[in-house]
Every structure is written in C-alpha cells, then in structure tokens.
Design a protein around this ligand. Structure first.
Ligand SMILES: Cc1ncc(COP(=O)(O)O)c(C=O)c1O
Length: 461
C-alpha cells in the first residue's frame, strides 16, 4: 500500500465515524506533516486523491474541507453503569512508582519541580510552631485572596470566599462531584479522560455517559448536544485545556458554545484544569468560568503540576457551593496543610511563582520537542503521535491489532513504565494507545528506554 493511501484511509475512517464533519477544515498540509511525520508530497497526494473522489474539497488560500454528505452521523454516546477501574489504576500507580524509568508517571520530572526558593521559605517558616496551626478550615485567607486575584486578572471576577483550598486537585474534584450528585445520578464525561474521573464516579455510584473526542478540535459539540438531550445529565466533568492524556486544548469558540449549552440545559460543569499553567506561549487558554453565565462551572486546579504533587495543595472555585464543599471537607481531610499554604503565600506574593512558571514552560517545551522528534523518527508511520503545544505528555495512537496493555506489561518487565489507554476509558473506546511522559531531560538512559518502547511496539505490529 502506498504511504498516501494509509492517510486517505484514515481520513475516510474519521469522516465515517463522524469525527470529521461536513465543511470542517482539515489540518493544513504542514500541520498534517507535523502530525503524521509523512512528507509534504505524500500528504499532498493523499489530499488530492480524496478531492478527486469527492470526499473533500479545497478553497484557494483557505485549505481543504470535508465535503457535505447526506448521511446523518450517529455519534457514539455510551452509558456505563458498572465502573470497575480502581484496582487497575492502583496497580498501575504502584508499578509506575517502582519502575526505574517512569515514562508512565502522571507527574512532571522531580528535577524541574520543588523550586529551591519554595523549600527555603518552607524551612524558614517551619521554625515557628504557630504556622502549623489550622486557623481556617476552608484555607489560608491570604492564599485564597491570591488565587482569587489570579482569576480576576483573567477577567473572571472572584472573591476569596469563592475559593476552597483542598488537598490537591483530586480532592477538589472529589468534593465538587460529591456536592453536586447523589448515587444513581447521570454524569457526562469525555470518553477518554483522566482515570480519577472514573475512580470518583465508581466510588460515588454514578451512571456515566460518555461522548467521543473529535480528532481535529478535541471536543465534539454535536455529541455533547445529543447526549444532554438523550440523558438527564446532572453534571459534566471535562478537561478542555491541555487534556490528559490526549493533550489537546479546545478553542475559545467551542468553549463559548459549551457555556451556552450548560446555561440552556441547566447543567453543572466540573472543570478539571490542573494543567492550566503549562501552555508554552502566547495567552493562557481560558477556563470555562470565562463563559459561565449562570454559575454552572466549578473550576478545579492545583499546584501539583507546577510545584510538585507532594505539596498536596489545590483548590476549587466553588462560588455558591463553597460552604457546602467546606462541610464535606470537614468529613474527609478537614483542611489542607496550613504550613505549606503559608509558604505558598510568600512564594506567590513575592513573584517567585510567575518566574518559576516561565522557566518551567520553556523546559517542558524543549523536552517534549526532543521526545517528539525522536519518537517520530523511529516509530512507523501507522503510529500517529498527538503532539500539542502545552504540557508534557505525548499520545501515541497504536494500530488496532496492537494490544496497548500488552505493550505496557512487556515494558514493565524492562523496568519502564508507560500509560496504556485502558486507564483512561471504560467500555467501548475509540482510543488505543500509550501516553508518554516527556518532562525528562533527554539522556542516554532515556534514549535507550524510548528505543525499547519503539521496539516493543514494532514487535507487536
Ligand atoms: C487531569 C488530572 N486531574 C487531576 C489530577 C490530580 O492532581 P493532584 O495531584 O493535584 O491531586 C491529576 C494528577 O495526575 C491529573 O492528571
């Protein structure tokens, strides 16, 4: 089969699945070269072939678009009432912790976290016993004020009392979902999503409806609308910025439309935005709070991906639910660590955080670029890598015949961890692949491990 035929087939498949819809713009030739690693000539041949078959059309100086079809596309909306993912996640986290090369780790490399200035501040304030005392259950008032200011600076007017400080983002997400649901309620997730969402749904006894991803835009608005018309959804839980594990960031237009639909159908959204600061350049992508007309959005984040998960400090912008969430917190962790909150106040208010973020973004961009170049060069073209301009994950789409779980298990025997797709979806999923943590400095050891990942995949094809 010619190389361009593989690309034409995969685009046809996306159109058939409804992931590409009529009049949608295809990636530019250069973007497609970036995504697939194919040459410009091969991509051009594929597009011209599809155009000749009437499957796509071109507009001069604008690009290529999907041709209209008469067939109505039914979206793959799934309902999952039995969720059992917790044991798999537990085993995976243990294996990742002990693997020598943690390419499956959810955390950025330790070498780029724990800024020395923060540990120095911690050392200083830890000498005063008063700093260990919990004075405010909902969090250090100064830290809440600093976080509220950050929202306000993004154009989201926020009061300190809208914020509840939690023990990491997972705690924030847990409390938010618990506050908004009771067992048996319907919630809506993206089909591929951070395993924490599945774990919490399992724990709370919720029914989970899922919508498929759109491979071009990240988020399928049609499927979203169909799902909320079809099921009595109470809460959505989405990741729209630097999605884990796939990496995409949804456009502002799509976010605005999601905001309108939430308001129209009166549905709450828990937004998991834990990677919000890890964009590489330009403006920070908006949170859904920007498009939240009726206070439907609870925005959850933390310092875990920027300073270190060991600090266990996160928050929820809970608005009218702040009190309720605080009551729930009193029945679980009581309060987030007061000493670390105090250290963060000093660290942020003296501008060390912004400085650290700028350096972190540059390092992550550089490291991921190196991983991508090496993987793209050595993986066969049938393994499409999803590479986006934020965060520290690359997602490798594997051909159907490759069992990503088996690749994961074989690599563990070599002391290398990766994250297989089974961790991120339950039941039927379109995704078969691996998430690779690219936050590490490129060393000979990392290069050997990446070679092993590539060899294991090649053997399985
Ligand atoms: C998407 C996503 N949300 C939430 C969390 C949990 O963050 P935290 O360590 O702050 O609890 C993680 C951690 O891996 C994550 O990847």
């Amino acid at each position: 089969m010619y190389k361009y035929s593989k690309l034409t087939n995969s685009i046809k498949q996306l159109i058939q699945n409804g992931e590409l819809y009529p009049h949608q713009k295809l990636p530019s030739l250069r973007d497609q070269v970036q995504r697939t690693g194919l040459s410009l000539m091969t991509v051009l041949n594929a597009y011209q072939e599809l155009e000749a078959q009437g499957i796509i059309y071109s507009i001069e100086k604008s690009g290529y678009f999907v041709a209209p079809t008469s067939a109505k596309v039914e979206k793959q909306i799934n309902l999952n009432t039995q969720i059992e993912i917790n044991s798999l996640v537990f085993d995976y986290l243990q294996a990742t912790q002990s693997a020598h090369i943690p390419l499956g780790s959810p955390f950025p490399s330790n070498d780029i976290l724990n800024p020395p200035k923060l540990t120095q501040i911690l050392g200083q304030i830890s000498r005063n016993p008063a700093n260990y005392q919990i004075q405010h259950f909902s969090g250090n008032p100064e830290l809440k004020k600093l976080i509220a200011q950050r929202y306000t600076m993004q154009g989201i007017p926020t009061q300190a009392d809208d914020i509840v400080i939690t023990s990491g983002c997972l705690d924030a997400l847990n409390l938010a979902l618990q506050a908004l649901t009771k067992p048996g309620d319907y919630i809506l997730l993206q089909q591929t999503i951070f395993y924490g969402a599945w774990q919490i749904a399992e724990k709370l006894g919720l029914k989970v409806v899922t919508i498929p991803e759109n491979s071009q835009t990240g988020f399928d608005l049609d499927a979203f609308e169909q799902a909320i018309q079809q099921y009595p959804i109470k809460v959505c839980w989405f990741m729209l910025n630097c999605h884990n594990p796939l990496g995409f960031t949804v456009s502002e237009e799509i976010k605005a439309r999601i905001g309108e639909l939430l308001d129209q159908y009166q549905i709450y959204l828990i937004e998991d935005d834990v990677y919000e600061e890890l964009y590489y350049r330009g403006q920070k992508p908006s949170s859904m709070k920007t498009y939240d007309k009726g206070n439907w959005v609870l925005h959850c984040s933390s310092f875990s991906k920027t300073l270190g998960a060991n600090f266990r400090i996160g928050w929820v912008h809970a608005g009218q639910f702040a009190d309720h969430i605080q009551h729930l917190q009193l029945m679980s962790t009581i309060s987030a660590n007061p000493l670390i909150q105090k250290a963060l106040v000093e660290f942020i208010s003296n501008h060390h955080y912004e400085k650290h973020l700028r350096k972190l973004r540059r390092t992550l961009e550089k490291n991921k670029k190196t991983f991508f170049a090496n993987l793209r060069q050595s993986l066969p073209a049938c393994c499409v890598i999803e590479n986006h301009q934020s965060g520290y994950f690359l997602w490798i789409n594997l051909p159907e015949q490759v069992d990503s779980m088996q690749v994961y298990q074989s690599l563990l025997k070599e002391n290398i961890s990766v994250s297989p797709s089974a961790l991120f979806s339950v039941g039927q999923s379109q995704k078969n692949g691996l998430r690779i943590n690219c936050s590490f400095e490129w060393t000979d050891e990392i290069e050997r491990s990446i070679n092993k990942v590539v060899n294991t995949i090649q053997t399985a094809i």
